[in-house]
Design a protein around this ligand. Structure first.
Ligand code: HSE
Length: 438
């Protein structure tokens, strides 16, 4: 059978990795797919030929991305340029032209996925996006197929390698935030705009996709609560460790009574959990299903070859099902499109979680009692308290508390009241805490 012809948009880190993997493993890939997969046409503004193996196997390389989506010979378009525009226009044009699409673009799927999947459904084509979440980890395949028997209860993931690398280096080597970020950028892990990594936007894109796959709801990126890691201090990392916890930047989505939680924020988790020991740029996703229990998926969440691994796996999937009736293919969002449910998202202030609190309090009798009484008035139960020795000549002492679970709205009220006390200096640092127990 003739090889399938692929049009490739982008020859950057992931595009170059995809060319390399397709060339390096061509024989095995064709044995799996049932036919060869060849890149007949690629478009890139600039690329580094020394970093890419198999460039000579590409039929034609130009710089016009629209020439690819309009090329009648191309059957599958692989979009690896990233960003919202012109990626959206290119993908929609490819679909309108009856081409299947494979993309690693999490921002595009999280924000325009509903529109893209509807267009793909109308044209009977596939859109593969395994590489959009957690790089090389086949988490989309796991959720869509491997866990299809389950009622998914929650997912918690370390889904941004740059953020995890920064938190790990801060903990292990007491390195400076900016210095570690610069290294992640040099290694090619960070987003073009690194605030996407630091502020949790990249993780929110990925979490949005995981949540829809888990719960069968439309993609709702705008409902995701996002808090970055810039305010996590070395002091908090150290105090958390003393209490037996690690701080990780987690994406959490949970089906709770009032709706679906969708939140990205720094989180204290018990250090004995496997996921607490996922360090550096590695990613991990913990999924709790009612039948299977907790399952953990670990691997490289970024980088040329790991992400290409997911892109090429999608290509193989598309090639295997080219002649399948579209209604018999695995649905884009795991649930049949007309079975997506309109379950509401739970606003952050209605989410229930435990907390780590750190504040600076005047070292005199009655202060602790006042703070405890504010917490008690809001129904907040304290699980642990640590008061540190005051520094020489200091009137205030650091006070660290762990609380039991409480609705965020009540914690907000308590924090505002504590900050208003004359005996408390500055702001209260609050980091949410999860046990992630099965
Ligand atoms: N900037 C992302 C990360 C790249 O650091 O995980 C992979 O999506």
């Amino acid at each position: 059978m003739k090889p399938v012809k692929v049009g490739l948009l982008g020859l950057g880190t992931v595009g170059g990795g995809t060319v390399t993997v397709l060339a390096r493993n061509a024989v095995e890939i064709s044995r799996r797919a049932g036919r060869g997969i060849e890149i007949s046409h690629a478009a890139a503004r600039a690329y580094d030929p020394d970093r890419i193996q198999g460039l000579d196997r590409i039929g034609r390389i130009g710089d016009d991305a629209f020439a690819i989506v309009n090329d009648p010979d191309v059957q599958i378009v692989v979009e690896l340029i990233g960003g919202y525009s012109p990626a959206r226009e290119l993908v929609l044009q490819a679909i309108a032209n009856g081409k299947h699409v494979v993309t690693a673009n999490k921002a595009l799927i999280a924000t325009h996925g509903n529109e893209i999947f509807a267009a793909a459904r109308d044209r009977g084509v596939m859109v593969g996006f395994e590489a959009a979440v957690a790089g090389g980890i086949p988490i989309i395949k796991a959720l869509r197929e491997g866990l299809a028997a389950n009622h998914i209860e929650w997912i918690a993931g370390i889904i941004n390698g740059t953020g995890n690398f920064i938190l790990t280096e801060m903990r292990d080597k007491q390195r400076d935030f900016a210095d570690v970020l610069a290294e992640a950028q040099a290694l090619g892990y960070a987003e073009a705009d690194p605030t996407f990594d630091i502020e949790g936007i990249d993780a929110a894109h990925k979490l949005t996709i995981l949540s829809s796959l888990a719960f069968g709801v439309p993609l709702r990126f705008e409902h995701c609560f996002t808090e970055g890691i810039a305010k996590v201090g070395a002091l908090d990392v150290a105090y958390a460790a003393e209490l037996g916890y690690r701080i990780k930047h987690l994406g959490i989505t949970r089906r709770s009574a009032g709706g679906i939680e969708l939140r990205v924020h720094p989180t204290l988790i018990p250090e004995r959990r496997l996921i607490a020991n996922v360090d550096g740029v590695m990613n991990a996703v913990l999924v709790k299903g009612d039948a299977v229990g907790p399952t953990l998926y670990y691997g490289a969440g970024a980088g040329a070859l790991p992400t290409a691994s997911a892109v090429v796996a999608d290509l193989v999937d598309v090639v295997r099902t080219l002649t399948t009736d579209p209604s018999n293919r695995v649905p884009h969002l795991a649930f049949q499109p007309d079975e997506l449910a309109d379950i509401p998202s739970l606003p952050m202030e209605a989410v229930q979680t435990a907390y780590y609190l750190r504040l600076s309090a005047l070292d005199q009798p009655g202060v602790m009692a006042r703070i405890a009484s504010i917490l008690a008035d809001q129904g907040i139960s304290i699980e642990a308290i640590k008061q540190k020795e005051p520094a020489e000549g200091e009137t205030h002492v650091p006070l660290v508390m762990l609380t039991h679970r409480v609705i965020e709205r009540q914690m907000n009220t308590a924090i505002a009241q504590i900050e208003a006390l004359d005996s408390v200096q500055g702001e209260v640092t609050r980091i949410r805490m999860e046990t992630l127990s099965g």
